[in-house]
Design a protein around this ligand. Structure first.
Ligand code: NAD
Length: 265
Protein backbone atom coordinates (compact mmCIF):
# COMPACT_ATOMS: atom_id res chain seq x y z
CA UNK A 1 0.00 0.00 0.00
CA UNK A 2 1.19 3.52 -0.81
CA UNK A 3 2.27 5.42 2.28
CA UNK A 4 1.14 9.03 2.67
CA UNK A 5 4.28 10.97 1.93
CA UNK A 6 5.63 13.83 3.98
CA UNK A 7 4.97 17.34 2.72
CA UNK A 8 7.83 18.75 4.82
CA UNK A 9 9.50 21.62 2.98
CA UNK A 10 6.39 22.37 0.92
CA UNK A 11 4.14 25.37 1.40
CA UNK A 12 0.39 25.11 0.94
CA UNK A 13 -1.84 28.16 0.56
CA UNK A 14 -5.49 27.40 1.10
CA UNK A 15 -8.04 30.11 0.39
CA UNK A 16 -11.09 30.25 2.65
CA UNK A 17 -9.49 28.09 5.33
CA UNK A 18 -10.81 29.62 8.53
CA UNK A 19 -13.81 27.31 8.39
CA UNK A 20 -15.35 24.19 6.88
CA UNK A 21 -13.58 22.29 4.12
CA UNK A 22 -10.68 24.77 3.90
CA UNK A 23 -9.79 24.36 7.55
CA UNK A 24 -9.82 20.58 7.12
CA UNK A 25 -7.39 20.89 4.19
CA UNK A 26 -5.13 23.08 6.33
CA UNK A 27 -5.16 20.58 9.20
CA UNK A 28 -4.54 17.59 6.95
CA UNK A 29 -1.67 19.19 5.03
CA UNK A 30 -0.12 20.57 8.24
CA UNK A 31 -0.27 17.09 9.77
CA UNK A 32 1.69 15.90 6.72
CA UNK A 33 4.38 18.49 7.58
CA UNK A 34 3.62 21.35 5.17
CA UNK A 35 3.91 25.03 5.96
CA UNK A 36 0.42 26.43 5.60
CA UNK A 37 -1.01 29.82 4.72
CA UNK A 38 -4.57 30.14 5.91
CA UNK A 39 -7.01 32.78 4.67
CA UNK A 40 -10.60 33.76 5.27
CA UNK A 41 -12.74 35.72 7.68
CA UNK A 42 -13.75 35.09 11.26
CA UNK A 43 -13.04 35.80 14.89
CA UNK A 44 -9.39 36.90 15.27
CA UNK A 45 -8.77 34.94 18.49
CA UNK A 46 -10.31 31.76 17.11
CA UNK A 47 -8.20 32.07 13.94
CA UNK A 48 -5.03 32.64 15.99
CA UNK A 49 -5.83 29.52 18.00
CA UNK A 50 -6.26 27.49 14.80
CA UNK A 51 -2.99 28.92 13.45
CA UNK A 52 -1.10 27.85 16.57
CA UNK A 53 -2.72 24.39 16.37
CA UNK A 54 -1.53 24.04 12.77
CA UNK A 55 2.04 24.89 13.73
CA UNK A 56 1.91 22.40 16.57
CA UNK A 57 0.60 19.70 14.19
CA UNK A 58 3.11 20.35 11.41
CA UNK A 59 6.25 21.33 13.26
CA UNK A 60 6.43 23.85 10.41
CA UNK A 61 5.18 27.38 9.98
CA UNK A 62 1.57 28.52 9.69
CA UNK A 63 0.58 32.08 8.86
CA UNK A 64 -2.78 33.78 8.51
CA UNK A 65 -3.45 36.26 5.70
CA UNK A 66 -6.97 37.62 5.99
CA UNK A 67 -7.26 39.27 2.58
CA UNK A 68 -10.62 39.69 0.86
CA UNK A 69 -10.39 37.60 -2.29
CA UNK A 70 -13.20 39.38 -4.09
CA UNK A 71 -10.65 42.17 -4.71
CA UNK A 72 -7.81 41.67 -7.19
CA UNK A 73 -5.39 44.00 -5.38
CA UNK A 74 -5.92 42.09 -2.13
CA UNK A 75 -5.24 38.77 -3.85
CA UNK A 76 -2.01 40.22 -5.23
CA UNK A 77 -1.03 41.48 -1.77
CA UNK A 78 -1.75 38.05 -0.23
CA UNK A 79 0.29 36.18 -2.83
CA UNK A 80 3.20 38.65 -2.47
CA UNK A 81 3.14 38.28 1.30
CA UNK A 82 3.10 34.48 1.11
CA UNK A 83 6.03 34.59 -1.32
CA UNK A 84 7.98 36.96 0.92
CA UNK A 85 7.65 34.53 3.86
CA UNK A 86 8.05 31.19 2.06
CA UNK A 87 9.61 32.01 -1.34
CA UNK A 88 6.47 30.81 -3.11
CA UNK A 89 3.53 28.46 -2.95
CA UNK A 90 3.99 24.78 -3.88
CA UNK A 91 0.41 23.69 -3.23
CA UNK A 92 -2.41 26.08 -4.05
CA UNK A 93 -5.92 25.15 -2.97
CA UNK A 94 -8.60 27.48 -4.29
CA UNK A 95 -11.38 26.82 -1.86
CA UNK A 96 -12.96 30.12 -0.76
CA UNK A 97 -16.54 30.23 -1.85
CA UNK A 98 -19.96 31.59 -1.09
CA UNK A 99 -23.51 30.80 -2.09
CA UNK A 100 -26.74 32.69 -2.67
CA UNK A 101 -30.07 31.08 -3.42
CA UNK A 102 -32.69 33.04 -5.39
CA UNK A 103 -34.69 32.81 -8.63
CA UNK A 104 -32.74 34.26 -11.55
CA UNK A 105 -35.07 37.23 -12.09
CA UNK A 106 -34.64 38.24 -8.45
CA UNK A 107 -30.95 37.40 -8.16
CA UNK A 108 -29.27 40.46 -6.58
CA UNK A 109 -26.61 41.95 -8.86
CA UNK A 110 -24.15 42.44 -6.02
CA UNK A 111 -24.46 38.76 -5.03
CA UNK A 112 -23.91 37.62 -8.63
CA UNK A 113 -20.77 39.78 -8.90
CA UNK A 114 -19.40 38.66 -5.52
CA UNK A 115 -19.94 34.95 -6.21
CA UNK A 116 -18.26 35.15 -9.63
CA UNK A 117 -15.41 37.19 -8.12
CA UNK A 118 -14.82 34.83 -5.21
CA UNK A 119 -15.73 31.38 -6.53
CA UNK A 120 -14.22 31.83 -10.01
CA UNK A 121 -12.10 34.94 -10.62
CA UNK A 122 -10.05 34.60 -7.42
CA UNK A 123 -8.83 31.17 -8.58
CA UNK A 124 -7.57 32.69 -11.83
CA UNK A 125 -5.67 35.40 -9.94
CA UNK A 126 -4.08 33.12 -7.33
CA UNK A 127 -3.14 30.64 -10.06
CA UNK A 128 -1.53 33.16 -12.42
CA UNK A 129 0.51 34.47 -9.48
CA UNK A 130 1.52 31.04 -8.14
CA UNK A 131 2.42 29.33 -11.41
CA UNK A 132 5.80 30.98 -12.20
CA UNK A 133 7.28 29.65 -8.93
CA UNK A 134 5.80 26.16 -9.50
CA UNK A 135 7.15 26.05 -13.07
CA UNK A 136 10.57 27.10 -11.80
CA UNK A 137 10.52 24.30 -9.22
CA UNK A 138 9.19 21.79 -11.74
CA UNK A 139 6.68 20.76 -9.09
CA UNK A 140 3.31 22.05 -8.05
CA UNK A 141 -0.22 21.09 -7.11
CA UNK A 142 -3.28 23.20 -7.88
CA UNK A 143 -6.50 21.91 -6.37
CA UNK A 144 -9.89 23.55 -6.67
CA UNK A 145 -12.79 22.84 -4.40
CA UNK A 146 -15.33 22.76 -7.21
CA UNK A 147 -18.63 21.04 -6.48
CA UNK A 148 -21.17 18.58 -7.82
CA UNK A 149 -22.47 21.86 -9.23
CA UNK A 150 -19.45 21.96 -11.55
CA UNK A 151 -21.04 18.96 -13.30
CA UNK A 152 -24.79 19.42 -12.90
CA UNK A 153 -27.15 22.27 -11.96
CA UNK A 154 -29.82 22.97 -9.38
CA UNK A 155 -32.44 25.69 -9.66
CA UNK A 156 -32.00 29.03 -7.84
CA UNK A 157 -28.17 28.79 -7.75
CA UNK A 158 -27.36 30.45 -11.08
CA UNK A 159 -24.23 32.34 -9.98
CA UNK A 160 -22.79 29.41 -8.03
CA UNK A 161 -23.40 26.85 -10.79
CA UNK A 162 -21.94 29.25 -13.37
CA UNK A 163 -18.80 29.82 -11.28
CA UNK A 164 -18.33 26.11 -10.55
CA UNK A 165 -18.75 25.05 -14.18
CA UNK A 166 -16.26 27.82 -15.01
CA UNK A 167 -13.66 26.59 -12.57
CA UNK A 168 -13.92 23.07 -14.00
CA UNK A 169 -13.09 24.40 -17.47
CA UNK A 170 -10.33 26.62 -16.12
CA UNK A 171 -8.76 23.63 -14.36
CA UNK A 172 -8.71 21.49 -17.49
CA UNK A 173 -7.08 24.35 -19.40
CA UNK A 174 -4.28 24.95 -16.90
CA UNK A 175 -3.72 21.19 -16.53
CA UNK A 176 -2.85 21.11 -20.23
CA UNK A 177 -0.65 24.20 -20.00
CA UNK A 178 1.30 22.85 -17.03
CA UNK A 179 1.44 19.17 -17.94
CA UNK A 180 5.15 19.12 -18.77
CA UNK A 181 6.19 21.15 -15.73
CA UNK A 182 5.43 18.66 -12.95
CA UNK A 183 2.42 20.74 -11.99
CA UNK A 184 -0.98 19.09 -11.76
CA UNK A 185 -4.37 20.82 -11.58
CA UNK A 186 -7.51 19.06 -10.46
CA UNK A 187 -10.98 19.71 -9.11
CA UNK A 188 -12.43 17.99 -6.10
CA UNK A 189 -16.20 18.07 -6.39
CA UNK A 190 -18.04 17.43 -3.15
CA UNK A 191 -21.74 16.84 -2.84
CA UNK A 192 -23.31 18.24 0.30
CA UNK A 193 -20.77 18.59 3.08
CA UNK A 194 -22.02 19.71 6.47
CA UNK A 195 -20.34 23.13 6.87
CA UNK A 196 -21.49 26.70 7.67
CA UNK A 197 -21.96 27.31 3.91
CA UNK A 198 -24.65 24.63 3.76
CA UNK A 199 -26.25 25.55 7.05
CA UNK A 200 -26.57 29.20 5.97
CA UNK A 201 -28.48 28.40 2.77
CA UNK A 202 -31.26 26.53 4.57
CA UNK A 203 -33.36 29.63 5.43
CA UNK A 204 -33.20 30.99 1.83
CA UNK A 205 -34.02 27.60 0.39
CA UNK A 206 -36.98 27.32 2.79
CA UNK A 207 -38.19 30.64 1.40
CA UNK A 208 -37.45 29.95 -2.29
CA UNK A 209 -39.12 26.52 -2.18
CA UNK A 210 -41.72 27.20 0.52
CA UNK A 211 -40.46 24.31 2.65
CA UNK A 212 -39.73 23.55 6.31
CA UNK A 213 -36.16 23.07 7.58
CA UNK A 214 -36.65 19.28 7.69
CA UNK A 215 -38.02 19.24 4.14
CA UNK A 216 -34.99 21.21 2.92
CA UNK A 217 -32.58 18.81 4.68
CA UNK A 218 -34.23 15.62 3.44
CA UNK A 219 -36.03 16.55 0.21
CA UNK A 220 -33.46 19.01 -1.20
CA UNK A 221 -30.01 18.56 0.32
CA UNK A 222 -29.87 14.81 0.84
CA UNK A 223 -32.51 13.96 -1.77
CA UNK A 224 -29.93 13.69 -4.52
CA UNK A 225 -27.22 12.08 -2.44
CA UNK A 226 -27.79 8.30 -2.70
CA UNK A 227 -25.79 7.51 0.45
CA UNK A 228 -28.22 9.78 2.40
CA UNK A 229 -25.27 11.11 4.37
CA UNK A 230 -23.49 14.43 4.34
CA UNK A 231 -19.87 14.14 3.13
CA UNK A 232 -17.38 14.99 5.90
CA UNK A 233 -14.71 17.67 5.59
CA UNK A 234 -12.07 15.06 6.48
CA UNK A 235 -13.12 12.89 3.53
CA UNK A 236 -12.64 15.82 1.16
CA UNK A 237 -9.28 16.75 2.69
CA UNK A 238 -8.02 13.17 2.35
CA UNK A 239 -8.47 13.41 -1.43
CA UNK A 240 -6.44 16.63 -1.50
CA UNK A 241 -3.64 14.98 0.46
CA UNK A 242 -3.60 12.10 -2.01
CA UNK A 243 -3.42 14.56 -4.93
CA UNK A 244 -0.33 16.14 -3.33
CA UNK A 245 1.59 12.86 -3.36
CA UNK A 246 3.80 11.31 -6.04
CA UNK A 247 1.20 8.59 -6.60
CA UNK A 248 -1.04 11.28 -8.10
CA UNK A 249 1.57 12.80 -10.42
CA UNK A 250 -0.36 11.63 -13.47
CA UNK A 251 -3.76 12.72 -12.24
CA UNK A 252 -4.28 16.10 -13.87
CA UNK A 253 -7.22 17.85 -15.48
CA UNK A 254 -9.57 15.56 -13.59
CA UNK A 255 -12.69 16.34 -11.63
CA UNK A 256 -12.96 13.97 -8.69
CA UNK A 257 -16.45 13.56 -7.23
CA UNK A 258 -16.86 13.06 -3.49
CA UNK A 259 -20.62 13.23 -3.55
CA UNK A 260 -22.12 10.02 -2.22
CA UNK A 261 -23.10 9.03 -5.76
CA UNK A 262 -25.07 12.20 -6.53
CA UNK A 263 -23.67 12.80 -10.02
CA UNK A 264 -23.69 9.10 -10.92
CA UNK A 265 -27.46 9.31 -11.39
P1 NAD B 1 -17.51 27.79 4.64
O1 NAD B 1 -18.52 28.89 4.59
O2 NAD B 1 -17.39 26.95 5.86
O3 NAD B 1 -16.07 28.36 4.28
C1 NAD B 1 -15.88 29.37 3.35
C2 NAD B 1 -14.54 30.01 3.61
O4 NAD B 1 -14.34 31.07 2.67
C3 NAD B 1 -14.42 30.65 5.01
O5 NAD B 1 -13.11 30.48 5.50
C4 NAD B 1 -14.71 32.13 4.72
O6 NAD B 1 -14.19 33.01 5.69
C5 NAD B 1 -13.99 32.24 3.39
N1 NAD B 1 -14.41 33.43 2.64
C6 NAD B 1 -15.67 33.88 2.41
N2 NAD B 1 -15.62 35.02 1.71
C7 NAD B 1 -14.31 35.30 1.50
C8 NAD B 1 -13.60 36.35 0.86
N3 NAD B 1 -14.25 37.37 0.26
N4 NAD B 1 -12.24 36.32 0.83
C9 NAD B 1 -11.57 35.31 1.45
N5 NAD B 1 -12.18 34.27 2.07
C10 NAD B 1 -13.53 34.29 2.09
O7 NAD B 1 -17.84 26.90 3.37
P2 NAD B 1 -17.41 25.43 2.90
O8 NAD B 1 -18.65 24.64 2.78
O9 NAD B 1 -16.27 24.90 3.66
O10 NAD B 1 -16.98 25.78 1.39
C11 NAD B 1 -15.66 25.75 0.93
C12 NAD B 1 -15.71 25.49 -0.58
O11 NAD B 1 -16.32 24.22 -0.80
C13 NAD B 1 -16.51 26.51 -1.37
O12 NAD B 1 -15.83 26.81 -2.57
C14 NAD B 1 -17.80 25.77 -1.68
O13 NAD B 1 -18.41 26.23 -2.85
C15 NAD B 1 -17.27 24.36 -1.81
N6 NAD B 1 -18.29 23.32 -1.67
C16 NAD B 1 -18.95 23.17 -0.48
C17 NAD B 1 -19.91 22.17 -0.38
C18 NAD B 1 -20.68 21.96 0.89
O14 NAD B 1 -21.65 21.19 0.84
N7 NAD B 1 -20.32 22.56 1.98
C19 NAD B 1 -20.18 21.34 -1.46
C20 NAD B 1 -19.49 21.51 -2.64
C21 NAD B 1 -18.54 22.51 -2.73
Amino acid sequence: MTQVQSLAGKTALITGSTSGIGLAYAKTLAEAGANVVINGFGDKDAIEQERQGLEAASGAKAIYLGHDLTKVEEIEAMMNEAASVFGGVDILINNAGMQHVAPVEEFPLDKWNLIIALNLNSAFHTTRLAVPYMKGKKWGRIIQTASAHSLIASPFKSAYVTAKHGIAGFTKTIALELATFGVTANCISPGYVWTPLVEKQIPDTMKARNMTREQVMNDVLLAGQPTKQFVTVEQVAAVALFLCGDAAANITGSNISVDGGWTAQ
